[in-house]
Design a protein around this ligand. Structure first.
Ligand code: CP3
Length: 374
């Protein structure tokens, strides 16, 4: 029997098959903008919440039910992988995450340990199992991890950074140390994502949240090979969303991390208004490839540079959810119009939901996507 999630809107959109309507979920859909989440956080630290599979799965299950989104995402954090690799992680209210013993220089790179076993991250795997078990079968569960560059940047800077100068210094001054660090992170990330897949996620998102600080040549030279090696190491056929933020010039390179395009002109199949099913490209890649885009570029322009033989996710500015509901509706529809009915659009924000967002606006966004008809 084929599991019901296989033909969900999300999975079909990732494969660029026609859908009745655009699927929608939101990065940070479970977070501080929700009063229920804040209530849990009054008694439990974020770190303890992530390490408690019962509570972490419950947070996501309740969120998905409340919002009516088309996918759940594992409730976890991308920095947790650094703990068993030897870095001490602390979430400080206000300052964001901090690493107490960062890799400041090339000579420290060997302090980052190989992640030889997934065992120390067993709580993540258990959260996947429990979340999957609690979801309706037709609703896909997404796994995720940080991409090697974003993890390296956290490991080197010790926290967030304005200019990423330590990261760039190591990257440019000692290519050997850089490649050793990125290789170790890429293997760890692939191990974690495969463990999530084996435990029950249907699709994964690779977050390169900080890659936008790089220009395209540096991204291509120092980052792309490592992100590509992660994607290549994943279980065959599992769709991947490759996401970065901050620099639209990187979009064709995010797409390149999936390997070759299908060749020839990008297929331009659309769902016709009378609902006839268009023919799928015979060249469709074995692994459905989705490129995540932020709001710094129009969606139609992003799709053009990425190639229409890729699916695309995005791209409402999260700050738009701080405007009145009529403005939210207007902006959501503008993006749906840019997608122009092409198969392969997954609606999302260009980055995570901001903490001060009114829940009402999140619900308005979701309802607008669900009701939109060309
Ligand atoms: O709802 C979801 O999307 C699932 C859970 C999720 C979290 N973090 C929960 C979280 C996901 C997918 C992430 C990924 C993540 N974590 C990223 C990539 C996405 C992005 O935003 O670019 C990054 C960079 C991190 C690292 C991280 N974790 C930061 C920078 C912060 C602090 C942010 C802040 O607003 O303070 C966190 C903490 C974090 N991760 C929270 C949540 C719900 C807030 C924790 C809290 O105070 O309760």
């Amino acid at each position: 029997m084929t599991p019901a999630w296989r033909d969900s809107l999300m999975l079909r959109a990732a494969r660029r098959e026609p859908v009745e309507r655009t699927p929608v979920w939101l990065m940070r859909q479970a977070g501080r903008y929700l009063p229920e989440y804040r209530a849990i956080r009054r008694t439990t630290s974020f770190r303890d919440l992530c390490r408690n599979p019962d509570l972490a799965s419950e947070v996501m299950l309740a969120t998905v039910e409340r919002l009516g989104v088309d996918a759940a995402i594992l409730f976890s954090d991308l920095l947790l992988i650094l703990e068993p690799m030897g870095l001490e992680l602390e979430y400080t209210p206000g300052d964001g995450p901090m690493l107490k013993n960062p890799i400041h220089a090339a000579c420290d790179v060997d302090r980052l340990l190989e992640l030889d076993s997934i065992e120390p991250l067993g709580y993540v795997v258990e959260t996947v199992r429990r979340t999957r078990a609690g979801l309706p079968e037709a609703l896909p569960l997404l796994g995720f991890a940080g991409a090697p560059f974003t993890l390296a940047a956290y490991a080197i800077e010790g926290g967030s950074s304005r200019d990423f100068r330590r990261t760039k210094a190591l990257m440019w001054n000692d290519t050997g140390a850089w490649d050793a660090l990125m290789g170790r992170l890429a293997r760890a990330v692939a191990r974690l994502l495969n463990a999530q897949i084996d435990a029950g996620v249907q699709m994964v998102q690779l977050f390169d949240s900080w890659a936008g600080c790089l220009g395209p040549d540096d991204y291509r030279h120092y980052v792309l090979p490592h992100s590509r090696s992660v994607i290549e190491a994943l279980r065959p056929g599992v769709p991947v969303i490759h996401f970065a933020t901050g620099n639209p010039a990187l979009l064709p390179l995010l797409s390149e991390a999936f390997g070759k395009h299908s060749g020839g002109d990008p297929p331009d199949v659309r769902v016709s208004d009378n609902g006839t099913v268009p023919v799928r490209s015979p060249h469709a890649t074995a692994r459905p490839a989705v490129v995540g885009v932020d709001w710094r570029v129009r969606l139609d322009e992003a799709w053009r540079v990425v190639g229409h033989d890729r699916a695309i996710q995005g791209n409402l500015d999260p700050a738009a959810l701080l405007t009145p509901p009529a403005e939210v509706r207007h902006r959501v529809r503008a993006i749906l119009r840019q997608a122009d009915g092409r198969p392969g659009h997954i609606f999302n924000l260009g980055h995570g939901v901001l903490p001060h967002t009114p829940v009402e606006n999140v619900l308005t966004l979701i309802e607008t996507v669900r009701e939109f008809r060309r």
